[in-house]
Design a protein around this ligand. Structure first.
Ligand code: URA
Ligand code: SF4
Length: 216
């Protein structure tokens, strides 16, 4: 596993509430992505959330608005969550990397995948979010989040939609990233991808409804 020279660890306050963490993350310069994005896009949602949804990194819209999953992928996520019976307002939504990485393509800013160093550098923020919220369920959206949390050998294609138990922490469920649905080559493929995405989220929903006490 690549080891970055610096990680976000040094920016993380000792006593942390979500508000304190979010404030501290604004000043993070642990990797070069702070020069690339407009602002740190920290996680957002209920401070009582028992469920965390985690994506890869903010996109163009998220970078401009400073909020996770508010662009095209966010729309897909909202539709799928609703179809699966998960109330987004009772969850906490975040990304494994907190700055937008992009390269110019004409007038557009084209999303570029974060590399292993950047993922490792940013990881302490996610760990701090988990430590503070103590969720019961983590839904991993896409291979970047899934492999960062579950290891490089984890295969979303093979293990999507499974409840992955843990002895002391939250259970995990991995599925595709909502952008996979946006990238589907035609309508039929798109519908099929969406159906499978919703099916995975329904597995998480069934677990949540059975085991998770509702937010206070
Ligand atoms: N893609 C992500 O992984 N996260 C976002 O917040 C938006 C798009
Ligand atoms: Fe810090 Fe993460 Fe942004 Fe890198 S991507 S500067 S580690 S918040």
């Amino acid at each position: 596993m690549a080891k970055p020279a610096r990680t976000a660890e040094e920016f993380i306050p000792a006593r942390s509430s979500l508000t304190v963490l979010r404030e501290a993350a604004k000043g993070c310069t642990a990797c070069d992505l702070y020069k690339c994005g407009t602002q740190t896009v920290f996680g957002e949602g209920s401070s009582h959330a028992r469920v965390i949804l985690v994506g890869e990194q903010p996109g163009d819209k998220e970078d401009l608005q400073g909020k996770p999953f508010v662009g095209p992928s966010g729309k897909i996520l909202d539709t799928a969550l609703e179809a699966a019976g998960i109330d987004r307002t009772e969850t906490y939504v975040t990304n494994i990397v907190k700055h937008f990485k992009w390269e110019p393509r004409g007038k557009r800013r084209l999303h570029k995948k974060p590399n292993a160093m950047e993922i490792a550098a940013c990881r302490p923020w996610f760990d701090a979010e988990v430590k503070t919220l103590k969720p019961q369920v983590i839904v991993l959206l896409g291979a970047t989040a899934a492999q960062s949390v579950l290891g490089r050998t984890f295969r979303v294609t093979k293990q999507r939609g499974e409840i992955i138990p843990s002895s002391d922490g939250p259970v995990m469920v991995a599925t595709v990233h909502p952008s996979a649905i946006l990238r589907a080559p035609d309508d039929d493929a798109r519908h099929e991808e969406m159906r499978k995405f919703i099916a995975d989220l329904k597995i998480a929903a069934a677990y949540i409804h059975k085991h998770v006490r509702r937010a206070a």
